[in-house]
Each structure stands twice: as structure tokens, then as C-alpha cells.
Design a binder for this molecule. Structure first.
Ligand code: SAM
Ligand code: SF4
Length: 330
């Protein structure tokens, strides 16, 4: 059984990002408030429910699943979930986005479970600055995690860095140097107005991909690449290297027309677009007395009609999307 998921605009959805927890050991200033209220545990999908959702998606032709969060690796027994999802027929790639804090111990088990590529968020290479941006993070621990990931033999490791003016824009070249030396791809992300934060003014700290590109190009010869890894990064090749530099530009270069993905939130809401609230409650179905796999598949197929054509982000004023990125799964 393999039915394609196609939305009203003719886009085929073959990529799902699942948030396995909203909890995290870091409190990055662009992602969370310092004092966060997390979703009560009873409202969070169980590992079994997450597995059922993942299985239904692969039965509907989804080829790529990314586990994210919150910090996916702080969810208890997450490895058992990764192992089960990794065995689903039809799944071509199992991916992970992590802050790297748990990788030192978990990298080999993740690789064995079938995770092929991994994104690790690193916004600064200066331990103090790293701590200030993440509020609680330990840079050394993350670097040891990256070393463990290299040793475990992942096919590709990509760094993600959110660049904020006045915070880490002076580290753009250092971050590219670091990535190039280790043969990691790196993507620079424009901050998105998800969740209400008061730590900084997002309009003032906004650093566009074009500005970051100009800084990288001052040291590296970049050529646009048509390579895609199925995500929103627009990649550039670096002369003399196989490690690429990518830009994720939800504001400045809208990528909605190519959108092939949907998200499942930590509460089991199938979210059709990161920048809109269109969603379907899968948890209600999963917990209904008359639940069946077929009902779940039909609900997912129907939800495709809800996928909006595009998102619109406005940095000024109140954020329109009040959910934080950790609920949604970045
Ligand atoms: N904890 C993991 C991590 O940090 O990689 C996975 C979840 S995190 C929400 C996924 C990605 O979203 C990270 O690369 C993070 O930098 C990014 N992110 C979080 N909040 C963001 C925001 N408001 N705008 C843009 N990117 C954001
Ligand atoms: Fe945690 Fe990732 Fe959000 Fe940072 S970006 S607070 S590491 S979920």
C-alpha cells in the first residue's frame, strides 16, 4: 500500500518532521523563554503513538522522517523509537536534529539504528557566548558530541546556526572555517518569529541570509548549487571542498512553492505549515476507542487539503504564531 500524499497545489509530501518532546536541556534565546511551561506529559504522544504515526506516513509514501524537538535525545527511551522507525519499510532516510549535548554517549546507537544524516545546532564557538545564547549549554560537551558523531560514521553532518545581529554575526567566518575543517555542511538560519520572547527584539537582531552570504563570500568562493537534501536550505559549493554552505531564508527567499514536508507536534497535531496554524489532531484519533490504522491514514490524506500555499512572517508587532519552535519541531 503506497498512496502519494499530494496537496491542493500539486506538491507531493514525502517528508515528515516529528517533534518527539518539547523539553530541552538548553534554553536558546531565539527558541524559548527562560521560564518555560512544558506540555503536561499526558498530552504528549507516547513513543508507541509516535511510532504509529510514523508507520502510517511511510505507508502513505513518506520516504524521509526527521526526529526533532525540543531536544529529541532527552526523551527517555528515544533510542528504542529510533530503532523501530529505522526499520519501517519504504523509509529511505531517518534524520535527526539535535543540540548535540547527548551525542557523546548516543551517537553510535543512533547510527546503528539507521540515522544517516544529522543536523547539530551550533551558534557560537566561543564557550561564554555559546552559554549566553543557549542559556545553559556547554560548548565542550557539544564538540565532544560532534567528535563522537564523526567517529560513528554518519554519512553527513550539518551544523545549523541561527545568526543574530549583535550576538554572533561576528562568528560567521569562524563557523564556516570550523565546518570546512571537519567537512561538515553548515546552514545559516534566519530567525523566525515563533513564540513570544522578551529577551531580544527580533526586528533589531534580524540578520538576513544575503548579509550572511556576503560575509562568507569575503573569504570563500561560493557557487550556487542545485543540490538539495530535501529541506529548505539553498546550498552553495565552496571551491576546493565537498562541504557546503547553506542558507535557510524563511523571510527573504520564500521556499513555500517547493515545500514537501509536514510536521507532527509533540501533542500529535499534524501541522501543515510552520508559519500557519492549519492542523489536524491525530492524538484524538489515536486515543479514540474505535481507532484503526486505516482511520489514521485517511485522516492524514484528508489533512493534505489543509496545507496552505505559503507562510507570511512579520517581524514587527506581535508574533502571529504563538507556539514556540520546540513544540513544533524545527
Ligand atoms: N534541539 C534541537 C536543536 O537545537 O537542533 C532540535 C530542535 S530546534 C527547535 C531545531 C532548529 O530550530 C535549531 O537549529 C534551532 O536553531 C532552530 N530554531 C529554534 N528557534 C528558532 C527560531 N525562532 N527561528 C529560527 N530557527 C529556530
Ligand atoms: Fe532546545 Fe533546540 Fe530550542 Fe535550543 S533550539 S532551546 S536546543 S529545542
Amino acid at each position: 500500500m503506497s498512496e502519494a500524499l499530494i496537496d491542493q497545489f500539486g506538491r507531493t509530501v514525502d517528508y515528515v518532521r516529528i517533534s518527539v518532546t518539547d523539553r530541552c536541556d538548553f534554553r536558546c534565546v531565539y527558541c524559548m523563554a527562560e521560564d518555560m511551561t512544558f506540555v503536561p506529559r499526558a498530552q504528549v504522544l507516547s513513543l508507541e503513538e509516535i511510532y504509529q504515526v510514523a508507520r502510517s506516513f511511510t505507508e502513505l509514501g513518506v520516504k524521509r522522517i526527521r526526529l526533532t524537538g525540543g531536544e529529541p535525545l532527552v526523551r527517555r527511551n528515544v533510542i528504542s523509537l529510533v530503532q523501530r522507525i529505522g526499520k519501517l519499510p519504504g523509509l529511505e532516510e531517518l534524520l535527526l536534529t539535535t543540540n548535540g549535548s547527548q551525542l557523546e554517549k548516543m551517537a553510535p546507537a543512533l547510527r546503528d539504528a539507521g540515522v544517516t544524516r544529522m543536523n547539530v545546532s551550533v551558534d557560537s564557538l566561543d564557550a561564554d557566548k555559546f552559554r549566553r545564547i543557549t542559556r545553559t549549554g556547554d560548548l565542550d560537551q557539544v564538540i565532544r558530541g560532534l567528535d563522537a558523531a564523526v567517529a560513528a560514521g554518519f554519512e553527513r553532518i550539518k551544523l545549523n546556526a541561527v545568526i543574530l545581529k549583535g550576538r554572533n554575526e561576528d562568528e560567521i567566518l569562524d563557523l564556516v572555517d570550523f565546518a570546512q575543517q571537519r567537512n561538515f555542511d553548515i546552514s545559516f538560519i534566519e530567525e523566525m518569529p515563533l513564540g513570544l520572547i522578551d529577551e531580544h527584539n527580533r526586528e533589531l537582531s534580524f540578520c538576513s541570509s544575503d548579509e550572511v552570504h556576503e560575509i562568507v563570500a569575503s573569504r570563500y568562493a561560493l557557487t550556487a548549487s542545485d543540490a538539495t537534501t530535501g529541506g529548505p536550505s539553498v546550498y552553495h559549493n565552496v571551491a576546493g571542498s565537498s562541504a557546503r554552505v547553506g542558507f535557510i531564508s524563511p523571510h527573504s527567499h520564500n521556499f513555500c512553492h517547493l515545500c514537501n514536508r509536514v510536521r507532527v507536534t509533540v501533542e500529535g497535531r499534524l501541522l501543515l505549515c510552520l508559519g500557519n496554524e492549519h492542523s489536524m489532531d491525530l492524538r484524538e484519533l489515536l486515543r479514540a476507542e474505535d481507532f484503526s490504522d486505516e482511520k489514521l491514514r485517511q485522516a492524514i490524506i484528508q489533512a493534505m487539503d489543509l496545507k496552505p500555499e505559503k507562510h507570511h512572517f512579520d517581524l514587527g508587532g506581535e508574533p502571529e504564531i504563538l507556539r514556540f519552535m520546540n513544540m513544533t519541531g524545527g
